[in-house]
Design a protein around this ligand. Structure first.
Ligand code: 13P
Length: 376
């Protein structure tokens, strides 16, 4: 059942975290839904701009519609991860997403606020929640000249490799943007190489953000564990990922959840698993060329991985089919209504598109208009 992201976040915060998995193909989507079904855990399905560009937004939306029918017992939300204004507007208009992330964290503080506010005003009338980010993670979000300026102006502080979220500014940012959840930079980065040396999560910064924003669900990006056992198997099967690859430990994840993290983003672990499964398969079966055989292995293994991760995050058994009890947090959100299923439907914007005014996808290299036939 497709469910509002904010309802799931509010039910989770302070108790457990939702696994938010970035997926881009049918094997990953099958694996994700199987894992969620096995763990009876609510999950967030995430598509980034790059993934929408790779597969085509319609392909992902329709794969998800199929998964919704195949696995009716799974409670899930649909999130556009790391959007810009154009891609958030497109995701909102599609009627398929229950939340979007407006990532303007590379912009100066005031510009980040202005851009996030614009997306909030577009999303909220459709019941869609907005995640925003303050501070910056390394990896995908490398420091830009604007971010450096931001840091000099004191809206975030540098410790180790990341540009950490400043708790006082986080409070101001949420109040002024009206965003529903906040991605915080507390020392993680995207990808397989998260930490240099002994650097770990800055839980003190997280605790202070939570103290200032008690009712706001916090999001941890860069949540992959980067299993050393997986890396070793990849190396044995011919891969060359180096030994400095590191992820977030299970202990740190649990500590972060206790301090208010309600959603943990995971992309890299799914890719490492994909690499290991396919490298081992073709090493062991050099004459094979049928993608479906390693594909089946990957679905099974990704499913087991998702189930295990949901268990670790405390989300096992938290799926619901007959309504959800949302813990009262004291914070009133425009979207914090009673739990209800989010029915994918054509929004006002999309209906306009059907009449021909909306051309193709913003933020996508595809130059194809949405097909009214496909949308009906
Ligand atoms: P990982 O690279 O740790 O999987 O993080 C992904 C992420 O945060 C996507 O938003």
């Amino acid at each position: 059942m497709r469910t509002r992201t904010l309802d799931l976040l509010l039910a989770a915060q302070g108790r457990y975290a939702l696994g938010a998995f970035n997926v881009a193909n049918l094997e990953q989507i099958h694996g994700l839904f199987r894992g969620a079904a096995e763990a009876r855990a609510p999950v967030v399905v995430q598509f980034t701009r790059l993934m929408r560009d790779y597969a085509h937004p319609l392909m992902l939306e329709h794969l998800l519609r199929a998964a919704e029918e195949i696995y009716p017992e799974v409670t899930f939300a649909v999130h556009h991860d790391h959007g810009d204004e154009a891609s958030c507007a497109d995701a909102i208009a599609s009627g398929h997403y229950t939340s979007v992330m407006m990532d303007a964290s590379h912009l100066p503080f005031e510009e980040n606020i202005a851009a996030t506010r614009r997306v909030v005003s577009l999303a909220h009338p459709h019941g869609i929640a907005v995640e925003a980010e303050l501070g910056q993670l390394k990896g995908v979000e490398d420091e830009t000249p604007a971010a450096a300026r931001n840091r000099k102006q004191g809206h975030s502080s540098r410790r180790g490799d990341a540009l950490l979220t400043d708790p006082a500014h986080a409070e101001e940012f949420v109040a002024r943007t009206g965003c529903d959840s906040l991605a915080v930079a507390i020392g993680t980065s995207h990808g397989a190489y998260k930490f240099s040396g002994n650097q770990r999560l800055h839980l003190d910064v997280l605790a202070e953000i939570k103290r200032r924003l008690p009712g706001v669900p916090l999001v941890l990006h860069g949540g992959s564990a980067v299993s050393q056992a997986e890396l070793e198997r990849i190396r044995k099967a011919g891969g060359t990922l180096d030994a400095s690859a590191r992820g977030v430990s299970a202990t740190e994840l649990k500590q972060a959840i206790a301090l208010g993290v309600a959603k943990v983003n995971i992309a890299t672990d799914g890719r490492l698993l994909w690499t290991r499964v396919h490298r081992e398969f073709f090493r062991d079966h050099p004459a094979e060329f049928d993608f479906m055989r390693p594909g089946r292995n990957y679905m099974d293994e990704f499913g087991a991985f998702v189930a295990g991760k949901c268990k670790l995050l405390g989300a096992m058994g938290k799926s619901f089919s007959r309504g959800l009890r949302v813990k009262q947090t004291g914070r009133k959100s425009p979207l914090a209504t009673s739990a209800r299923a989010f029915a994918p439907s054509a929004s006002k914007l999309e209906r306009r598109g059907r009449n021909g005014s909306r051309k193709g996808h913003q933020g996508s290299s595809f130059r194809v208009s949405r097909s009214p036939r496909l949308l009906s």
